[in-house]
Design a protein around this ligand. Sequence first.
Ligand code: HEC
Length: 224
Amino acid sequence: MALAIPASGCGREKEADLVTGKTLFSQKCGSCHALERAGTKGKQGPDLDEAFGPARRDGLGESTVEGVVLDQIGLVRKNSTMPADLVTGPEARAVAAYVALVAGQPGKDQGALANAGRPKVSNKPIAAKGGKLQIDADPTGALAFVTSKATAMAGPLMFVSENKASIPHNIAVKDSGGKLLGEGPDVTGGTSKFSTKVKAGKYTFVCTVPGHEEGGMKGDLTVK
Ligand code: HEC
């Protein structure tokens, strides 16, 4: 098993670091990078399982991968869309250690790692009130809204989404055929909103920033 951690104090410290690393990865890196075991599906940067899987299978060690990831975080190539120093010091080491542990590696995260970094998405529907439907973006930077379900009455409807995260998001609505019916502006640390008219039926609310809907930033809207 990949995570057979000894019951010594040192082992627990290592596990705590990995939990921190996974949480930070989900918040700071997952919107651009897919990594299966972290559950992230970002598309702007390389898929990290594909980036490291073949080399790991060819015998490249975990500590080498850790070094490569740490270098990438601190020494991003000039003009890269990847921001430099998203995390620094012990936090950067924790992220690198987590990526090195899981990238391209089969299996599932166990123990305290299993749920670390997962966005808190409620499956309790948010209901529109007074013609306004507010569905905020996950505040940590994960590709998710705070709920996966919403309801509203037919008629004019204002969609509102507050985004407290440091990456851009918006809110938009699509009909059951996937046609975009309306979308708010992309905002970073602000509120995206727009108004449209909806008839009874099934819709999806999504974030249309490239890669975000595919990454899981969507939910079902039922209009009655
Ligand atoms: C805004 C999008 C974005 C964010 C956020 C981001 N990256 Fe990247 N990353 C990229 C892009 C684009 C590349 C491709 C190479 C380049 O441009 O330097 C990349 C390359 C990499 C690579 C090299 C992969 C390879 O194929 O060799 C690693 C490792 C990496 N990123 C790790 C991270 C980690 C860890 C974080 C979080 C601390 C992070 N990235 C955050 C966009 C991003």
